[in-house]
Design a binder for this molecule. Structure first.
Ligand code: ADP
Length: 143
């Protein structure tokens, strides 16, 4: 028997998610897809945390715009786990550009454009582990 892998992902509910009052809807989708919330907190992203989190983007010309957006309000950081969480959560989220994301995906249903795309979700098992360590202390997570 092939055993599905239990994986962990950091999901961030971005400022547009809070402003559109979609936090409950987004979390409901993840819980109904059988993912477990094992950590959650509202936080303001410091410049250093944001630069670490988006280190692959800091040299891009539109990074200041992304920074302005991500710091325009607090975000909600969510630790999720479940079978094949990385791939399945990214599928539920949809591609970066909300305008091409299919209806039924979170970005397709609630996103506006490439930047205002509702949620972040870890893109690999390694990044999931690293991002959760970056955003949560051990005490803040369920066993
Ligand atoms: P994803 O969040 O889909 O993994 P990236 O890691 O490439 O995508 O980008 C991180 C975030 O930076 C995106 O979710 C989006 O908010 C913003 N972003 C990425 N590319 C662009 C772009 N071309 N224009 C504006 N914002 C962008």
């Amino acid at each position: 028997m092939i055993r599905a892998l239990m994986e962990k992902s950091l999901v961030l509910l971005k400022p547009d998610c809070l402003e559109g009052r979609k936090c409950g809807e987004v979390l409901k989708r993840f819980e109904e897809a059988n993912f477990e919330v094992f950590g959650v907190k509202m936080m303001r992203l410091s410049e250093s945390l944001l630069r670490e989190h988006y280190s692959h983007l800091t040299e891009l010309p539109f990074f200041p715009e992304i920074q302005g957006f991500m710091q325009s309000s607090p975000v909600v950081a969510v630790a999720l786990r479940g079978e094949n969480a990385i791939t399945r959560i990214r599928e539920m989220v949809g591609p970066t550009d909300s305008t091409v994301a299919e209806k039924g995906t979170i970005r397709g249903d609630f996103g506006k454009d490439k930047m205002r795309n509702v949620v972040h979700a870890s893109d690999s098992v390694e990044n999931g582990e690293a991002e959760l360590k970056r955003f949560f202390t051990k005490d803040e997570l369920h066993n």
